[in-house]
Write a protein that binds this ligand. Structure first.
Ligand SMILES: Cc1cc2nc3c(=O)[nH]c(=O)nc-3n(C[C@H](O)[C@H](O)[C@H](O)COP(=O)(O)OP(=O)(O)OC[C@H]3O[C@@H](n4cnc5c(N)ncnc54)[C@H](O)[C@@H]3O)c2cc1C
Length: 470
């Protein structure tokens, strides 16, 4: 330790992102001396990458649109979507306060798309329109949060400072944190409460493989390295819900950023009905490609070898269908000449060989689809089939299941206290945001849940739960 500060903070918040900033603002509003510790050189965390959807019931925006909704209806709907799974005390705490949190953001100047709220985004729909998406996306939250921090004279923010461990006293209580500064020095900082709001683990390949036993394919914030989760585990916390892992459908290797994954393909019927077929590594179709439920599509993909599929089409489809990729055509053309995931061939058999698929199997799959297309009775029940796959050359593009967040998280109680394996709170330690994992909400992807819960529970923590000596 290079230095020890003498100041004793009421609250030390690790991570100035989605959950951390509302936590800090709410605690400051109650007069707490708060220190925000942030590893990167800017605030906002994953919000810059996020689509920005926020689910909440009983909001002003819903009332303007005469949409009747209440937290109890939101809860019932979440339980419908998850089949009654999830941590109900946490769900209830979040949903009871989510509407007020969105109203607060709107009052503070959050801009949203004029069509909001909606029933669905990229996930299975709610029964009521309760998803509001920030304009122009997740980054739209950042100016509001920045201004609130900047305008508050009590704000103390350390950028480019990484939390590395806890400080314990002789009575086995956490009394602060060790942080590493950009210049390499390690400081000891003391405080009455430590809030882990430093995001998930999805950018950490080692933790990913250990928890999920599969390839590390993600499109996430590079700072989501699981620092908070690892420290919490070493302090006795338990990790739960890794098994709720569900790959997001239709990721690609990023042509513009080698080594990264992205979602530049439009293999989503919500945005573009399919003209192509999708086959697994054995050459079989595994779902009707126009299946509308994201949940069903993701479960179907989870059951395929390598969570991988080839999207197959012909030259006519390439020319007449709405663009399959968000990238410009010249980038795709270049990829067909050199990228391992883009194949073109004069026959289906040659395409199969290029993809490493058994030629007869793929030929039979395509022939079966073409028969179904001609007679309007697809063997998998697909309805949207504008064209057969018959005109050479034939194309195949490899797609992957890719994740945008962490599923497992630390177990907390309904006061967001981090629990140990005996279900006792670890003194002075709290967690919020993706530290809790997506799986805390149950076995389904609840649209707009992560941002909403991160901000809402952060506010509840700061305004109602945390205590400090007066
Ligand atoms: C592409 C994409 C799209 C998404 N779209 C949506 C959506 O539309 N709706 C939705 O609800 N959810 C969405 N999500 C998920 C959601 O954005 C995140 O789960 C949520 O923002 C996480 O909030 P957080 O506060 O836990 O983490 P973050 O917002 O990432 O904040 C954590 C902060 O902690 C910092 N940090 C990390 N380690 C340390 C350390 N050791 N010391 C100090 N600081 C540290 C990070 O730099 C970061 O600033 C999306 C995610 C992605 C990647």
């Amino acid at each position: 330790v290079t230095s020890t500060t003498t100041e004793n903070w009421d609250v030390i918040v690790i991570g100035a992102g989605t959950a951390g900033i509302p936590t800090a603002l709410a605690a400051m509003a109650r007069g707490a001396k708060v220190l925000l510790v942030e590893a990167s050189d800017r605030i906002g965390g994953t919000l810059y990458m996020a689509k920005g959807s926020f689910s909440a019931a009983g909001t002003k925006l819903q009332r303007y649109r005469s949409i009747k909704d209440a937290p109890e209806d939101h809860l019932a709907d979440c339980l419908r979507l998850t089949g009654g799974t999830g941590d109900q005390p946490i769900l209830k705490l979040w949903l009871a306060h989510a509407g007020k949190t969105l109203d607060w953001l709107l009052d503070e100047g959050l801009q949203v798309f004029s069509t909001e709220p909606q029933k669905s985004g990229p996930h299975d729909p709610y029964t009521t329109a309760r998803i509001t998406t920030a304009f122009p996306g997740g980054a739209g939250y950042v100016p509001v949060l920045s201004r609130l921090l900047r305008d508050n004279p009590a704000t103390n923010l350390l950028l480019q400072t990484s939390f590395i461990d806890f400080i314990w006293d002789n009575a086995n209580q956490i009394t602060g944190v060790l942080v590493k500064r950009q210049n390499g020095t390690t400081d000891a900082i003391h405080g009455s409460n430590v809030v882990l709001a430093c995001g998930g683990y999805s950018a950490n390949a080692e933790i990913w493989r250990k928890l999920h036993d599969r390839a590390h394919r993600v499109h996430t914030n590079s700072y989501s390295k699981g620092d908070g989760i690892q420290a919490a585990l070493s302090a006795g916390a338990v990790l739960e819900n890794a098994e709720t892992y569900l790959p997001s459908f239709g990721g690609l290797k990023d042509l513009e950023n080698p080594g990264q994954y992205c979602f530049q393909s439009r293999v989503f019927p919500q945005y573009r009905l399919p003209w192509e077929i999708y086959v697994n590594l054995a050459g079989h179709r595994f779902l009707p490609e126009d299946e509308f439920s994201p949940e069903k599509r993701e479960h179907a993909l989870k059951g395929q070898e390598g969570e991988t599929f080839w999207c197959i089409y012909d030259d006519k489809i390439r020319r007449v269908a709405p663009a399959l990729f968000a990238w410009p055509e010249d980038l795709i053309e270049a990829a067909f000449n050199k990228h391992e995931d883009y194949k073109v061939a004069p026959t289906i058999e040659a395409l199969a060989a290029a993809c490493g698929i058994d030629a007869q199997t793929l030929a039979a799959t395509v022939a079966d689809f073409n028969r179904g297309q001609a007679s309007d009775s697809d063997s998998l029940g697909r309805a949207h089939m504008p064209r057969p796959i018959v005109e050479p050359p034939f194309y195949a593009v490899r797609h992957y299941g890719v994740s945008v967040l962490g599923y497992a998280g630390v177990k907390v109680d309904d006061r967001l206290r981090v629990l140990n394996k005996d279900r006792h709170p670890i003194p002075n330690l709290y967690a919020v945001g993706e530290m809790l994992g997506m799986g805390v909400f149950g076995k389904a992807y609840l649209g707009g849940s992560m941002i909403s819960a991160a901000m809402t529970l952060g506010r509840v923590l700061g305004s109602e739960i945390l205590q400090w000596p007066r």
